[in-house]
Design a protein around this ligand. Structure first.
Ligand SMILES: *Cc1c(COP(=O)(O)O)cnc(C)c1O
Length: 382
């Protein structure tokens, strides 16, 4: 499934996106009080946003621009949750005017700013508190967010005092608790630990006579980067059942999820062309026309993506070689993967970098005055 377009480009499989959305819907269909928000930062391509909005998911936004993108793509304002440690005044104002569902607030300083802004607009802000649950997530250091040393959220000890100060703020309404422990989590134990921590915090709230109408457990479900064809749709059953079994919700409580990567990662492939195969003294390099400006995850997080030579597969070349697959950008970190076993590769071959639908196009840049990668859509069936 490739196209005769100038490279590099993202190719999105809308059939797989639909199957993924159907799998999510199947898990929450019997639970009226479950709400799944799509984390727009994973991929904000307008067509993808429209398909996800049409499937009935809400939106999780981390900037004013994302709120705009969500509204323009058909997400109802009431389904928007607005997170982030550093919300600017104009973003808070925009969110209030749009009538978003809730702010996920990360500090007392931010609460005061929201209260001031809502007061001057004569509106009421619905706020949930992002609590740092101090649950260590088994993932890359750069994408763990729920440990005591991370910059996100409010310390657990401060939860009750901060709720008390919300209750004293005229333009702010307490709507619940929010958590997000990290990304690319494949060990359900991390989510089970989060459930236990939430249960403890809820007992504390009970003792204080505080009701949290909404519990938001964030996102973070990982995907199979090594063998994407074996697991094109993530294991949503295991993920949701961890919360169904582990969380003790109070009557009338709503449970929110904010999935990003697991919704869109497997539907995307970065397609690039081989500019040169360079034979160095110790190594052979496959030099692509795509670089970290198109997909930064390998350079940024040391992330691994499966790489395939599409042309060689089509031509049934059987010999394999070991290559370092690199980009053209003038930085030594511009490496997609070292020591990759590929079918014998030649100049002009098309290369697929798989599982690139999340944090790929959304993180593209124009460094080196490179154009942003294009995006095309095709649909596979099962
Ligand atoms: C990034 C983020 C998400 C989505 O994370 P994924 O790992 O892509 O599922 C959800 N909630 C918040 C607050 C985030 O910052």
């Amino acid at each position: 499934m490739t196209l005769d377009h100038p490279t590099p480009y993202y190719l999105y499989d809308t059939g797989l996106l639909q199957r993924t959305l159907a799998a999510i819907r199947a898990e929450v269909a019997d639970h009226d009080n479950y709400h799944v928000h799509y984390a727009i930062k994973a991929n904000a391509n307008p067509r993808i946003l429209r398909e996800i909005a049409a499937a009935g998911l809400g939106a999780d936004c981390v900037s004013g621009g994302e709120i705009e993108a969500a509204l323009n793509s058909g997400f109802a304002a009431a389904t928007i949750a607005f997170a982030g440690v550093g919300k600017a005044d104009w973003e808070i104002r925009r969110a209030l005017e749009a009538g978003i569902g809730m702010f996920n607030v990360e500090s007392i300083e931010e609460l005061e700013a929201i209260n001031d802004c809502a007061t001057s607009l004569k509106l009421r802000a619905r706020v949930s508190l992002r609590i740092n649950p101090n649950v260590g997530a088994h993932t890359h250091d750069h994408i763990a967010t729920g440990r005591a040393e991370d910059k996100f959220g409010i310390d657990m000890e401060d939860m009750v005092p901060v709720i008390r100060s919300i209750q004293a703020m005229p333009a702010v309404e307490f709507t619940g608790l929010h958590f997000h422990i990290g990304s690319q989590l494949l060990v359900m134990d991390d989510f089970a630990a989060l459930c236990r921590r939430i249960n403890e915090l809820q007992e504390q709230l009970d003792r204080e006579g505080i009701f949290a109408p909404n519990i938001n457990v964030g996102g973070g479900l990982g995907i199979d980067y090594d063998t994407p064809d074996a697991h094109p749709v993530p294991n949503f059953a295991a993920y949701f059942s961890t919360f169904k079994q582990g969380l003790r919700l109070r009557p009338g409580q709503h449970l929110h999820f904010e999935l990003g990567r697991s919704v869109v990662a497997q539907m995307g492939t970065l397609v690039a062309r081989v500019l040169y195969v360079k034979h160095g003294k110790q190594k052979q390099f496959v030099i692509l026309d795509a670089g970290f400006t198109d997909l930064i995850r390998p350079a940024f997080y040391g992330a691994h993506h499966a790489i395939e030579n599409l042309t060689a597969a089509e031509e049934q070349r059987t010999q394999t070689e070991t290559y370092d697959v690199v980009g053209p950008i003038c930085e030594s970190s511009d490496v997609f993967q070292k020591d990759v076993l590929l079918r014998e590769t030649r100049r002009g071959d098309l290369i697929a970098i798989r599982s690139a639908g999340a944090y790929g196009e959304a993180m593209a840049s124009t460094y080196n005055c490179r154009p942003l990668p294009a995006a095309y859509f095709a649909s596979s069936s099962c």
